[in-house]
Design a protein around this ligand. Structure first.
Ligand code: IMP
Ligand code: MG
Length: 185
């Protein structure tokens, strides 16, 4: 697997530091608003499967009472590296009314996924909806979607690792990397 890596874009230490910072930022925003003493509860809605590793690290730095819900959005892709139309698979989480919701995803690319998820979750009458992504690709479309928490801005390149896949693989690489061109051939 390592021989498929072209370049390490963001190494595990940088990711770990930034995830802590994001958690601090989220905790700072939500500590006074969410959880306990009659305040709205906090629910993290994670977009499968790319966000699993980010989610696992983020929540362990987030010292707030919370619940977790998982949703699956199909837009990808298999061997394609460009977005297709996003669709939420299965029912939305049912119990979000009155909750503070933080959507967690791996990467903001065309923005279709988060635009859709955000719009659908807002229909569930939560107290608030915020979005958190580890990566934002520098494309014009990515800038049009509201995302409150962004780990890193990256160039418009296809990346894998730390949860992100190509054709289902490479999610277990600890760093965010690009792949050699022959992998896509
Ligand atoms: P969007 O709907 O185009 O913003 O795409 C978001 C989804 O596409 C992400 O949740 C990822 O699952 C996938 N995706 C976008 N860019 C990449 C990439 O560079 N590597 C791996 N997956 C990606
Ligand atoms: Mg995804």
């Amino acid at each position: 697997m390592d021989s498929h890596i072209a370049r390490v874009l963001i190494d595990r230490q940088r990711i770990a530091r930034r995830v802590h910072e994001l958690a601090d930022q989220i905790a700072g925003d939500l500590r006074v608003e969410a959880g306990g003493d009659g305040r709205p509860p906090l629910t993290l809605v994670a977009v499968m499967t790319g966000s699993v590793i980010f989610l696992a690290d983020l929540i362990r730095s987030l010292p707030l009472m919370m619940s977790i819900r998982l949703i699956t959005v199909s837009s990808y892709r298999g061997k394609a590296t460009r977005a297709m139309e996003a669709r939420i698979q299965g029912p939305l989480p049912q119990d979000l009314s009155g909750q503070h919701v933080v959507v967690v995803d791996d990467i903001l690319d065309s923005g279709q996924t988060l635009e859709l998820v955000r719009r659908r979750l807002e229909q569930a009458r939560p107290a608030s909806v915020r979005c958190c992504v580890l990566l934002r690709k520098q494309t014009p479309a990515a800038r049009a979607v509201t995302v409150e928490y962004i780990g890193f801005d990256i160039p418009d390149q296809f990346v894998v690792g730390y949860g992100l896949d190509y054709n289902g693989h490479y999610r277990n690489l600890p760093d965010v990397v690009t792949l050699k061109p022959e992998v896509f051939a």
